[in-house]
Design a protein around this ligand. Structure first.
Ligand code: NAD
Length: 329
């Protein structure tokens, strides 16, 4: 099987090259360009393409892949909201993904953001480098004996609950299903979670129900001086409402690994003075906001797990022995 690997980063190539010799009959050609209407044509002569959560796998791109006789898309990620599934089905293209790799990688990053923004580590780092050892503006609060509110308690949310418990926090959660492994967590309605939490961390997927779950109404219900962290998907938060909340001094601090503008301008049809500039740059203008660039998954362990499952998916497809749970339908 010949795989064309789009959007190659140095760390991708290193992890895949490390285990490739174990997979007889599989060859990978790496390209830096991501897949798009323009670059999909390079898939001619390959059997499969490997893409990522940010790749363009829209209808037109799938049509080009189909013309080039591509029968398999290997997603080296768990998300697939960027794929036109109908077009894939029409052209008989199988999509295989990595449903879970290292929940702890994402949860640890969520706690890193929570701690960094609560204790102003980003400001302290810059100040001290400039020889300014003043403590003014650096006061945080203890997480110990405070309440952590976790929205979504699947694999990553559960890991975050355990981390928060380790900090001596009371852990409450909201989910449409309760996780039976979390006997130390008190499940509550969303409103109660918003009202009682000192730290709120989002770990549910982006669906029609969870779209803008954090908006002006939910922000109003939160405690003053709450810390808000989002490592899930940008559109769980209405960014314009968040900016208004920050301007109204609702938040002690905010840590975001994901944001609505990540892939496209989603604000085209909205009118607000906030939208005169990019909302992400507006967010970055607040000293109590930290943004990282969708890197929560990026640990050695997670990359190894992603790489292993992607290669196993390719091998299983060749053998006609696909793992049902890894198929995207
Ligand atoms: P999961 O499927 O194991 O858990 C998701 C949980 O959310 C489930 O318990 C589900 O019942 C719950 N849920 C669904 N809809 C909900 C709603 N409307 N309100 C409350 N809870 C709801 O998923 P996971 O592996 O824990 O991943 C969670 C999310 O993390 C993913 O959807 C993805 O968006 C994000 N993620 C981010 C990164 C990153 O690098 N930043 C990496 C991987 C995943």
């Amino acid at each position: 099987m010949r795989i064309l690997f789009y959007d190659t980063k140095k760390y991708d190539k290193e992890s895949f090259d490390k285990i490739l010799p174990k997979y007889e009959g599989i060859e990978i050609e790496y390209v830096e360009a991501d897949i798009s209407e323009r670059t999909a044509k390079y898939s001619k002569g390959f059997d499969a393409v490997c893409a990522f959560v940010s790749s363009d796998l829209s209808k037109k791109v799938i049509e080009v892949l189909a013309e080039n006789n591509i029968k398999l898309i290997l997603m080296r990620c768990s998300g697939f909201n960027n794929i036109d599934l109908k077009a894939c089905e029409k052209h008989g293209i199988t999509i295989l993904r990595v449903p879970g790799y290292s929940p702890e990688a994402v949860a640890e990053h969520a706690m890193a953001l929570a701690l960094a923004c609560n204790r102003h580590i980003h400001k302290a780092y810059i100040k001290v480098r400039e020889n300014n050892f003043s403590l003014v503006g650096l006061k945080g609060f203890n997480f110990h004996q405070k309440t952590a509110g976790i929205i979504g308690t699947g694999k990553i949310g559960a890991a975050m609950c355990r981390i928060c418990r380790g900090f001596g926090m009371r852990v409450i959660a909201y989910d449409i299903y309760q996780n039976p492994e979390l006997d130390f967590v008190e499940y509550v309605e969303l409103d109660k979670l918003l009202e009682e939490s000192d730290l709120i961390s989002l770990h549910c997927p982006l669906t029609d129900d969870s779209y803008h779950i954090i908006n002006s109404k939910s922000i109003k219900k939160m405690k003053d001086n709450v810390v808000l962290v989002n490592t899930s998907r940008g559109a769980l938060i209405d960014t314009v409402d968040l900016i208004k909340g920050i301007r109204d001094h609702k938040f002690q601090s905010v840590g975001l690994d994901v944001y609505e503008e990540e892939t496209e301008n989603v604000f085209e049809n909205r009118e607000d003075d906030i939208l005169e500039t990019s909302v992400t740059s507006r967010l970055l203008s607040f000293p109590n906001v930290i943004i990282t660039s969708h890197q929560a998954f990026l640990t050695e362990e997670a990359l190894d797990a992603i790489c292993y499952t992607t290669m196993e998916n390719a091998k299983a497809y060749m053998k006609g022995d696909i793992i049902e749970n890894n198929i995207v339908k």
